[in-house]
Design a protein around this ligand. Structure first.
Ligand code: T6T
Length: 315
């Protein structure tokens, strides 16, 4: 875990909701608002957060939207605000649409910590904890370039525009892939974070570009869908696929050759660090403004050694 910015004092004057009344007990209720319900990335984050909260004597509850959408996450944020927790840990589903709801939380004196994704307004949260997603995109480009012998056409499957993490991954990939003169970059396609849409796009691209050599899928859902798309077209193994994340399904695809490499994050540590920073802010200690957690490229050859990065479906 790298601390990438200097320590800064979290703003939390006496008498705020986060800190509790002057001389009173700190508010020990934390709420985690993930991007979507039931996804192994967020479940692993929740496991790390719950464990740390218990260790520090805090309560952590989780409220997630059914879909990765600002229109579903916004009413959850508003509802949580009414319950006046000490801090909210949130993975915003849109880097602009979530600014207003999150600002209302901050303005009510509740500390906000951003876990994984962020909004474009940097002044709302006391701390941001995530992988270095641009570096992750670069790692994906280098891994894919090697897998295709540094020649051929490649495609990026992104999720939804305005998702800070996957946008950064695509940016990192684009920047790095330009350095290979014999690789043609076909650009990126948005999948709406739907595996079925990712599978469909892969099939379409294979018809238009039968020489497609490689695909970078920027997250779990696009990766799972891309593997299905290649399988449906009978091109598994021949068209190389680099995914992001390490859900049980993605790990199984890696084991059986449906995907060639995965760039895995460490969501449990994102959750753990998120709680630590929220608690620091509540207790009036300095919060670290930005923390970067580990990323690792995993291939079939070294997957057993990297199993600590595999995501969980329950704590
Ligand atoms: O890749 C993760 C997360 O980092 C990203 O912000 C959204 O998608 C995931 O949750 C995986 O589906």
């Amino acid at each position: 875990v790298a601390v990438v910015a200097a320590l800064a004092l979290a703003a939390c004057g006496g008498g705020t909701i986060g800190e509790g009344p002057e001389g009173g007990q700190p508010n020990k209720n934390l709420v985690l608002i993930p991007g979507v319900k039931g996804e192994p990335f967020y479940i692993s984050m929740e496991c790390g957060a719950k464990k740390e909260a218990a260790k520090l004597g805090y309560q952590l509850t989780v409220q997630a939207p059914d879909r990765f959408e600002a229109s579903q996450q916004t009413p959850i944020v508003t509802g949580v605000l009414a319950t006046r927790p000490g801090a909210v840990l949130i993975a915003p589903t849109d880097d602009r649409a979530m600014i207003n709801p999150m600002r209302q939380v901050k303005d009510a004196g509740i500390h906000v910590v951003e876990v994984d994704t962020t909004v474009t307004d940097p002044s709302i949260s006391v701390s941001k904890i995530s992988s270095d997603n641009e570096v992750g995109g670069r790692k994906a480009a280098e891994t894919l370039a090697k897998l295709i012998g540094e020649r051929g056409s490649v495609l990026v499957l992104n999720t939804k525009a305005g998702t800070s993490t996957t946008d950064a991954r695509a940016r990192g990939f684009e920047e790095a892939i330009k350095r290979y003169p014999n690789i043609t970059y076909l650009g990126q396609e948005y999948t709406d974070n739907e595996p079925a849409r990712a599978a469909q796009i892969v099939s379409g691209k294979l018809s238009a570009h039968p020489d497609l050599a490689g695909v970078f899928a920027t997250n779990l859902n696009t990766g799972e869908g891309a593997a299905t798309g290649l399988r449906n077209a009978g091109r598994t193994g021949e068209v190389k696929l680099v995914g992001f994340d390490a859900s049980p399904k993605q790990v199984e695809e890696l084991r059986t050759g449906g995907v060639d490499a995965l760039i895995a994050q460490d969501p449990a540590v994102i959750g753990q660090q998120g709680v630590q920073q929220a608690v620091a802010a509540i207790e009036g200690r300095p919060a670290v403004p930005q923390i970067q957690t580990d990323l690792v490229a995993i291939t079939k050859e070294d997957m057993e050694k990297q199993s600590r990065y595999f995501y969980r479906t329950e704590c």
